[in-house]
Write a protein that binds this ligand. Structure first.
Ligand code: HEC
Ligand code: HEC
Length: 289
């Protein structure tokens, strides 16, 4: 290692003494202003770590005791205080009253949309359009239990066949084939009759026999002409809207083995103000009565 400090003959600057293939490295120190700034940032970081929470160990706070969550507290409280009177109104008013008041209605639609996305969309679809396998559309005017404010609110509050709420809606349809109440021939015939109710071409003789089976086994719940019954949640069978599919195999399966769609009761899970907002939101999806 050469220790002698040399001057570069071209620039007149000192070299570091390092040399590669005849090229010598110039010694160019960092500017003083840059170094000063560098030391200032180090000092700043040390002071920061002492004053503010910087080390990711829970409970280790800076001397000031500041936390991001704590700083947000007053803002959250102010926001809640601002919303409290509105929520109180939404809690005590009926959904019909809310829908009639433009300010309350707007608030309920916005809040209802969020509550729907959080609690209902998994089963009923993001826009309430329903899903195959027994999850009804809430955006059409075909209602199992009714589309009035009161009916919708009751369904949301108590749910359907959930075994947790004594007032839950819906009764169970018998499993005609599985429980031996009808034989396979009779199930076939009554399926033909059911398909004929919505205008599908079927075997006329089978549908004729099926009409008798229907009269004896089905009208108590589904009505004389398959028009459905909202008290029981028995769907209308004479339209094109199907919970479990309207093709022949699906209808056969519904009759032979039955379904029992379940919806949780939201009365114990959600604030009454939220249930009211959801009611107004669902009612406004398109099919409110
Ligand atoms: C676990 C799935 C599930 C969730 C979550 C759910 N539902 Fe339902 N919902 C159902 C099923 C299944 C039915 C139909 C029950 C039947 O077959 O009778 C139903 C029926 C309904 C009905 C009656 C529709 C009609 O035609 O009368 C309304 C209204 C309703 N749900 C609203 C809601 C709202 C609002 C929420 C969110 C708070 C919600 N549901 C959450 C499964 C669910
Ligand atoms: C005790 C009342 C009851 C009786 C009796 C009954 N059903 Fe049902 N049925 C229901 C209910 C309730 C549903 C809806 C089940 C659900 O939502 O999960 C249903 C659903 C159906 C469906 C499916 C509809 C769809 O939209 O997918 C068909 C098809 C059907 N029933 C046909 C029949 C036929 C045919 C008979 C007579 C052989 C019959 N039901 C007897 C109550 C009944």
């Amino acid at each position: 290692m050469p220790t002698k400090i040399e001057k570069d003959s071209v620039t007149g600057r000192e070299t570091t003494g390092h040399e590669w293939d005849g090229l010598k490295e110039l010694n160019t120190p960092l500017p003083r202003w840059w170094l000063t700034l560098f030391y200032v940032t180090i000092a700043f970081a040390v002071v920061w770590v002492i004053l503010y929470p910087a080390i990711p160990v829970s409970g280790l706070r800076g001397l000031t005791g500041w936390t991001a969550r704590g700083a947000l507290g007053p803002e959250i409280q102010a926001e809640q205080a601002k919303q409290a009177p509105m929520l109180a109104k939404l809690r005590t008013a009926t959904p019909a009253q809310i829908a009639a008041d433009p300010e309350l209605r707007n608030y309920a639609l916005a809040g209802g949309r969020i509550a729907f996305a959080n609690n209902c969309a998994a089963c009923h679809g993001a826009g309430g359009q329903g899903a195959p396998g027994g999850f009804p559309s809430l955006a059409d005017d075909d209602w199992l239990y009714g589309g009035s404010f009161d009916a919708i609110r009751f369904t949301i509050e108590h749910g359907v066949r959930n075994g947790e709420d004594a007032e839950a809606r819906g009764i169970a349809m018998p499993r005609f084939l599985a429980d031996g109440m009808l034989n396979a021939g009779q199930v076939n015939d009554v399926a033909d009759y059911v398909l004929s109710l919505s205008g599908r071409a079927t075997d006329a003789a089978a549908a004729g026999r099926g009409e008798t089976v229907f009269a004896e086994n089905c009208v108590a719940c589904h009505g004389e002409r398959g028009e459905g019954n909202r008290e029981m949640g028995a769907p209308r069978l004479s339209d094109q809207v199907w919970l479990y599919g309207g093709d022949r195999p699906s209808v056969l399966r519904s009759i032979g083995y039955a379904h029992a769609g379940v919806m949780p009761a939201w009365g114990k899970r959600l604030d009454p103000a939220v249930i009211n907002m959801l009611t107004v939101y669902v009612h406004a999806l398109g099919g409110g009565e």
